[in-house]
Design a protein around this ligand. Sequence first.
Ligand code: HEC
Length: 108
Amino acid sequence: MRCVLAVLLLVPALPARAGGRDLKRFFEARCAVCHGADGTGRGAGGIRLGPASFGDPKTFGTASDEDLAKAIRQGSGAMPAFGFVLDEAEARRLVREVLRPLAPRKRR
Ligand code: HEC
């Protein structure tokens, strides 16, 4: 019985399988350190971390989901490549479901 309980407690801590992965949490764990939890590229206290805001019309307004997904998988400038953890479909889903919805909140 104890053992079953331990297994149940451990399950949520295991990395989710690709496809069903919670990309919002993935963003918070892997991207927010540089992009900020709100996607503005600012960290605690509003300190600029480096990347432009996802709400920046110059960088993100004109880029297609495909372009952004490609940049995420291949890396871009100071940003590491994530192609080894995200497949094409996941990267696009990340753009559509996590990055784009963050954009309108704040521009800078
Ligand atoms: C080590 C810091 C760092 C991490 C971690 C990071 N980024 Fe970036 N990201 C940057 C920098 C720096 C740029 C380029 C500068 C800019 O666009 O202002 C960038 C650019 C981007 C761009 C625009 C690419 C382009 O060139 O058009 C996207 C989209 C993006 N990041 C998404 C993500 C996602 C999604 C993750 C997590 C999987 C992530 N980033 C993790 C630092 C980071």
